[in-house]
Design a protein around this ligand. Structure first.
Ligand SMILES: [Zn+2]
Length: 296
């Protein structure tokens, strides 16, 4: 089971969150059938959403969305307050050769565009409050740097963001995935900032230590070095979608009686696909007749 922990260091002037998302990302890329580079992009976004979702209160939802001109056509990742994350890419087959250093060319498939952070509250209890949306231009397209830029620009919080996905050619495709978010709060000592920057710069790759079994707590220790920290909370993270057969029926029903009748006559059924988890719900002729009967 994937886990996330959050904590503080240096008298609450440093916030740290770390997550391991190996199983979560495996589930996501298996569902969407993404090519390796698209898998890396989706995995990084899911880890980023999980990290940012760590501070969600009840009935909250956080969405990261990339709208850009690269072959992937956009990426969406969502986290809720119970540790559920889900997401998708517009073109799962987007692929480019690796960069000269052997890494996935995530920036290449993402392209140029905008990075959005959307926070919603109240929607689960029927209160449709205006979402809070922060948008910044994509800086590198590598996602971690874009998140760091978002925090600096939109929230004025200097942050270090590390995200990594390690893949192999056969199942399970994801051998390691996770991320760390370190935020410098007002009043932080310059010496502490320098120490953390130095430790992060020299830390081994996240994925190489996750592959060896590192926990989120190990990841924090790795990025904070000798600075002590206190763990404030922990939660399980998993791929979860809010769709269901019932919801699919409700959405089809909302099309109205005439539309349902023509579906019954022409297509002898209906198909609903959930973009977030790629689950397909099929309604046969009897299902449609039942719905039409309810609407009569
Ligand atoms: Zn779904």
């Amino acid at each position: 089971m994937d886990k996330l922990i959050h904590g503080t260091a240096a008298d609450d002037t440093v916030r740290v969150i770390a997550v391991v998302t190996t199983d979560t990302v495996e589930e996501a890329i298996r569902r969407h059938g993404t090519c390796p580079t698209a898998s890396a992009a989706l995995g990084r976004m899911l880890s980023g959403a999980a990290l940012m979702g760590a501070s969600l209160k009840d009935f909250d939802r956080l969405t990261l969305r990339i709208d850009a001109d690269g072959p992937i056509g956009g990426v969406v990742a969502e986290a809720n307050n119970t540790g559920g994350v889900r997401g998708y890419v517009r073109n799962p087959l987007a692929e480019l050769p690796p960069k000269p250093d052997g890494k996935f060319d995530v920036a290449g498939i993402v392209g140029k565009g905008m990075f959005h952070v959307i926070r919603e509250s109240g929607f689960d209890i029927g209160l449709h409050r205006e979402p809070y949306i922060g948008s910044v231009p994509i800086q590198s397209g590598e996602i971690a740097e874009d998140l760091a830029f978002y925090f600096a620009k939109s929230e004025q919080i200097p942050s270090a963001v590390l995200l990594g996905v390690l893949l192999q050619k056969s199942e399970p495709f994801v051998t390691a995935s996770g991320g760390v978010l370190i935020q410098m709060m007002p009043g932080v000592n310059d010496h502490i900032v320098t120490m953390i920057e130095d430790t992060v710069a020299h830390a081994p790759h996240l994925t190489s230590v996750i592959k060896e079994g590192a926990t989120p707590e190990d990841l924090i220790r790795l990025t904070l070095g000798i600075i002590d920290f206190e763990v404030l909370g922990e939660k399980d993270i998993s791929f979860q979608c809010t769709c269901s057969r019932e919801r699919a029926f409700t959405m089809i029903e909302a099309l109205g009686r005439d539309e349902l009748k023509s579906m019954l006559e022409q297509e002898k059924g209906a198909v609903m696909n959930c973009g977030f988890c790629n689950e397909t719900y099929r309604l046969d002729e009897d299902d449609l007749r039942d719905l039409i009967g309810k609407l009569a």
